[in-house]
Design a protein. Structure first.
Length: 452
């Protein structure tokens, strides 16, 4: 091969790699980024650990042994030991055994320094067990163009909604976090988040109930898969009353099965529907509220009684309904005390929090202020052109940056029509069942997946 041919080949390969870096970052990472990152990490590991102050003083016996030896006179400090290296399509995973005296929090504090030292896009730390942590290194911005993993976790009440910045899927599991709040400004991605959620829930044995007071423009396309739909505040008032009636009937069912008198106060019952036999277990219900402010705001004093009644019913559902398989998914632009009486009490019951781009810091603090201050800062720094990006957290204090894949209204509507036969018919909600061209299925109010 001549020199000119070799030079042309090098130029072509370099050009292809540069194109792949922009158009196919996962391919570029596999071919170029991963080998380079492995070399940087493994060749400078000890020096990086020492520079990032992830060290502990050597034990006395090692210091004593070095003093007695004729070789090195100073014992080197202890550092985390690599116990496993696993390349991935988006980055690299290191499993570390921490030296005695180090805690996972020490590694978290040094994550930003590790990122710059190794030339990695981001570093995420997770505890595996006491003394062992995983470092998830990502080689590029995987949230720029969201590509969901091929293998997604499954569960009876789990829906994969988005992709986390560490490459793992963000899963909405109602058995772990029963109620959640989603906040964000206009065009921030709230509707996309709800679409992905409905798309993930549609194939499951669960009843979907919609409250969309914008005349149903967001949720009406999903009518074939909805067991009930309210598109005005008056309809929402009646639907919430029906949900409370359904909740009380389910508590009565629990009481009868457990031998407890039907008149026992609901607050004294601590069991849940998952303890019932499968043939008696009611189907779980997910209530999707598109804009919570529409249930709180009033235009005249005549609406005050209706507003107070709806808020009371929502708070009751949030406090009690988890035990009988009724879950709330609340969306809004803001959700603070300015909405009126009951707003703060309801928000306190919504454990899961997802905050998209906000127009002011106060909105981010409403959703994430009681979770983590860093999460609030991250939520206020989401760029307008990154629609669908959000900060997801829960009451444990953990949080991560996520982004939903672009999903059209038609795609979700098609999925809802495909699984319309799974829509359960719940007698208490029949007056609010949306009219569709698809024949209503037989009543399956007691059909549901097995519990944990």
């Amino acid at each position: 091969m001549s020199g000119a041919t070799l030079l042309a080949l090098v130029v072509i390969v370099t050009a292809l790699l540069l194109v792949a870096r922009v158009k196919a970052p996962a391919v570029y990472w596999t071919l170029v980024g991963l080998p380079a990152a492995l070399y940087r990490v493994l060749s400078s590991y000890r020096q990086t650990m020492e520079a990032c102050e992830l060290t502990v003083a050597p034990p006395w016996w090692k210091v004593f042994a070095h003093k007695l030896s004729a070789g090195e006179q100073v014992a080197r400090p202890g550092i985390p030991r690599i116990r496993g290296v696993r390349p991935t399509s988006t980055g690299l995973r290191l499993r570390l055994r921490l030296a005695a005296g180090l805690a996972p929090e020490d590694v978290v504090k040094s994550a930003e320094r590790l990122r710059h030292a190794w030339g990695i896009y981001s570093v995420h730390v997770s505890e595996v067990k006491p003394g062992v942590v995983d470092l998830r290194l990502t080689g590029f911005d995987i949230l720029d163009h969201v590509r969901m993993p091929r293998r997604l976790p499954t569960g009876p009440l789990s829906a994969t909604v988005a992709l986390r910045e560490d490459g793992l899927p963000y899963v909405r599991n109602y058995q772990d976090i029963p109620h959640a709040l989603t906040l964000g400004a206009n065009k921030s991605g709230k509707s996309m988040f709800q679409r992905c959620l409905i798309k993930g829930l549609a194939p499951l044995d669960v009843a979907l109930v919609g409250i969309d007071c914008k005349r149903g423009v967001e949720q009406s396309p999903f009518a074939p898969r909805l067991s009930a739909l309210a598109i005005t505040p008056d309809q929402a008032d009646g639907l919430l009353d029906a949900l409370v009636v359904e909740m009380e009937e389910r508590f009565d069912l629990l009481c009868l099965h457990q031998g407890i008198a039907p008149g026992t106060p609901l607050e004294d019952i601590t069991s849940d529907i998952w303890g019932l036999p499968r043939k008696l277990r009611p189907v779980p219900i997910v209530v999707l509220i598109d804009e919570i402010a529409e249930l709180f705001l009033i235009t005249s004093k005549a609406d005050t009684a209706r507003r107070d009644r709806m808020v009371t019913q929502l708070v009751r559902l949030a406090q009690l309904a988890r035990a009988v398989g009724i879950y709330l998914e609340v969306c809004g632009q803001r959700f603070g005390s300015e909405l009126g009486k009951g707003a703060t009490a309801l928000r306190a019951q919504l454990t899961g929090r997802v905050v998209h781009r906000c127009n002011d810091q106060q909105t981010a603090e409403m959703g994430l202020g009681d979770i983590n201050e860093l999460a609030v800062f991250a939520a206020t720094n989401i760029a307008p052109e990154r629609a669908g990006t959000a900060i997801a957290g829960d009451s444990s204090g953990g949080w991560s940056r996520i982004r939903t894949p672009k999903t059209t209204l038609g795609e979700v509507a098609t999925v809802c029509r495909e699984f319309a036969h799974l829509t359960p018919q719940i007698p208490a909600l029949d007056p609010f069942r949306p009219q569709t061209a698809i024949p209503a299925p037989a009543a399956v109010a007691l059909a549901s997946p097995s519990g944990p």
